[in-house]
Design a protein around this ligand. Structure first.
Ligand code: NPQ
Ligand code: MG
Length: 367
């Protein structure tokens, strides 16, 4: 006997469609990886891929495929007992790319390893905060009226920072209107790669609105373009999709392509690398914040632990469950005074509710 896996596919309706520059999502297709020990303890990790390769080259059925065909077979030799977190990451390094699939597997095994040690993920990672200030990401709506209505809802709920999704044709005017309506709320924008190198002068019009940052204006492989944009725009440029590893983070910082970094554990292959990027950024005095990928409570819990590290000084996208879901797969994370609590239980500190998991399930693969 040894550790085995169950790969759970779920579908959860979103409370409202979420539109970004790369497409619209109305239902979240979620993959939860469950790592089960001989003694019957389960560790959980969420795979943050989307169903199509719109945000990154990974996508859900591809992630399940690479887990089954390559990553789980690579892990097999070390699964006699619960492996050390470093050994898990190393075992999967023989496959290129697929950080979201790797993060899901490594987080499930890390949750199990921590539960066996009765230690929380926050403590393991080095969290210094018990509560996290929360921001919210606002999709591209159908009108300026519905934008103001939706932002107003979040402001009333207590969110401490607003992020507007932008794209060519939906940028200067919506940002102007939100800034005029809420003159002092921390506000930022995310383009998800929708602009080009010559859009600097256009994006410089956003400088008038006292934004915290402009996130990922250009394609993920265009570091030079981000350097060029940052010379024309005075608002700080923050990279998301471009940051895939410690090396790519260090390069982006040294080249002057980014002065703030969005860390998403799924995009960088898991929480160990996320912590290393955080440490690099602290060394280089680059503020970081924790991004979001419409996680269920499983991924949300782990992100809150990460966001408790000392370098996370910029408000992130760790929103309450209700921002996306009427019913979460775990007990819901509820906003309290604009904050969420870092879970303190062993591992990620939450478990899926068995009935919810069953009701949302579209299939389970044993591996
Ligand atoms: C970002 N997230 O920062 C992403 C992108 C994103 C919270 O803005 C389904 C699954 C739809 C993941 C849409 C936020 C998604 C998604 C957008 C991630 O760039
Ligand atoms: Mg982003």
């Amino acid at each position: 006997m040894a550790i085995s896996f169950r790969i759970h596919s779920l579908e959860i309706p979103l409370v409202r469609p979420f539109r970004t520059s790369f497409g619209t999502q109305s239902v979240r297709d979620v993959v939860l990886v469950e790592a089960i020990s001989d003694s019957g303890i389960s560790g959980w990790g969420e795979c943050v891929t989307m169903s199509w390769p719109g945000y990154s080259s990974e996508y859900t059925s591809g992630a399940i495929d690479v887990m089954q065909q390559f990553l789980i077979p690579d892990l097999r030799p070390i699964l006699g007992t619960t492996p050390e977190p470093d050994a898990v990451r190393a075992a999967m390094e023989s496959q290129q790319g697929h950080p979201m699939a790797k993060a899901a597997l490594s987080t499930a095994l890390l949750d199990l390893w921590l539960k066996e040690r009765n230690q929380s993920l926050g403590r393991y990672l080095g969290a210094v905060r018990e509560r996290i200030d929360c921001g919210v990401s606002v999709g591209i709506p159908t009108s300026l009226d519905s934008l103001i209505e939706e932002v107003g809802l979040y402001v009333d709920q207590g969110y401490r920072r607003i992020k507007l999704k932008i794209e060519p044709g939906w940028d200067i005017e919506p940002v102007r209107l939100v800034r005029e309506t809420w003159p002092s709320i921390p506000l930022q924008v995310d383009a998800n790669q929708a602009y080009g190198r010559t859009d600097g002068p256009h994006l410089a019009q956003l400088d008038a609105f006292d934004l915290v940052l402009i996130e990922q204006p250009l394609p993920e492989d265009d570091l030079l373009g981000h350097v060029q944009i940052s010379k024309v725009v005075s608002t700080p440029i923050c990279l998301d999709e471009s940051i895939l590893s410690v090396a790519s983070a260090e390069g982006a910082i040294e080249f002057g392509a980014t002065t703030i970094i969005n860390i998403k554990p799924g995009r960088v292959g898991g929480y160990l690398t996320a912590r290393e990027i955080h440490n690099l950024c602290v060394e280089r005095a680059i503020p970081v914040w924790c991004g979001g990928m419409l996680e269920t409570g499983v991924g949300r819990a782990a992100n809150l632990a990460l966001a408790g590290l000392p370098g996370f000084t910029v408000i992130g996208d760790t929103s309450a469950s209700s921002r996306y879901y009427a019913e979460d797969v775990t007990p819901p994370f509820v906003l309290n005074n604009g904050q969420l609590e870092v879970p303190t239980g062993p591992g990620i500190g939450v478990e899926p509710i068995v009935e919810n998991l069953a009701a949302m399930s579209t299939g389970v693969i044993t591996a």
